[in-house]
Design a protein around this ligand. Structure first.
Ligand SMILES: *Cc1c(COP(=O)(O)O)cnc(C)c1O
Length: 227
């Protein structure tokens, strides 16, 4: 399926005007498709699978900012630590610690987002508010020098009910605002403000932007459906 060039221009202009970052989600798509968007000016690409990401990074232009948006296993952090721009789906202190360790070996500070559980569905990954609380306590006791927590990420339920989806996005925005206050009051070295709020995909990004998203992850609208 060809890259949807017109959709790309329309969506990227619309988001640019609102100050929202567009990450083009290119998982399972061939390098030629990524290159096509790259030549139109796109620099942020998102991938879900470590091996696929490592292979594409080696072959594609060096100034691409690679976002890891899948669920990352601790034993695979080392493969992406040399180059990854932002890791979106971090939901445990244990994973943060591993990222910090591997970043240190590379002489880097790696930027991450904390994945929050906002969907009604039980199968989704992500931290609850209580788990976030515990993670902050852990950071207080055992700071991590080689990570920078730049914000939060969430995925809405895969449902038709747009009002429910809107509520889930709204809850993530509120959580980010509360977290911002807390960081300002308590001062955590690992965090960088203002927080990125990564929410919205092909089917729901318009709602996500209305509810305060600062970064959307869009795949099928740009590259066509995945098989
Ligand atoms: C695949 C994926 C996307 C993009 O999904 P589309 O519906 O194709 O836009 C966004 N975020 C995550 C975490 C994904 O896994």
């Amino acid at each position: 399926m060809p890259v949807a060039v017109e959709s790309y221009f329309r969506i990227s202009q619309e988001l640019h005007a609102k100050g929202v970052t567009l990450v083009a989600v290119s998982k399972t798509k061939p390098e030629a498709d990524l290159l096509e968007l790259y030549q139109l000016g796109q620099r942020d690409f998102g991938e879900n699978y470590v091996q696929e990401l490592v292979e594409k990074q080696a072959k594609l232009p060096a100034d691409i900012r690679w976002h890891y948006i899948g669920h990352l296993q601790t034993n695979k952090v080392k493969y992406i630590a040399p180059f990854v721009h932002l890791i979106h789906g971090v939901d445990s202190y244990r994973l943060l610690k591993e990222i910090s360790k591997e970043a240190g070996k590379q002489g880097r500070v790696i930027e991450v987002l904390l994945q929050m559980h906002i969907a009604q569905e039980e199968t989704k990954f992500g931290l609850s508010a209580d788990e976030l609380d515990l993670l902050l306590q852990e950071l207080r006791q055992h700071p991590l020098p080689h990570i920078r927590i730049c914000g939060v990420m969430g995925m809405a339920s895969f449902i038709e009910d747009l009002e429910k989806i809107r509520k889930e996005f709204r809850s993530l925005r509120q959580l980010a605002d509360q977290l911002t206050q807390r960081i300002q009051q308590e001062g955590y070295r690992e965090f960088a403000l203002p927080l990125v709020v990564s929410m919205g995909m092909s089917g729901d990004y318009t709602i996500a932007v209305e509810e305060g998203s600062t970064l959307v992850r869009i795949g099928s609208l740009l590259f066509g459906a995945r098989s």
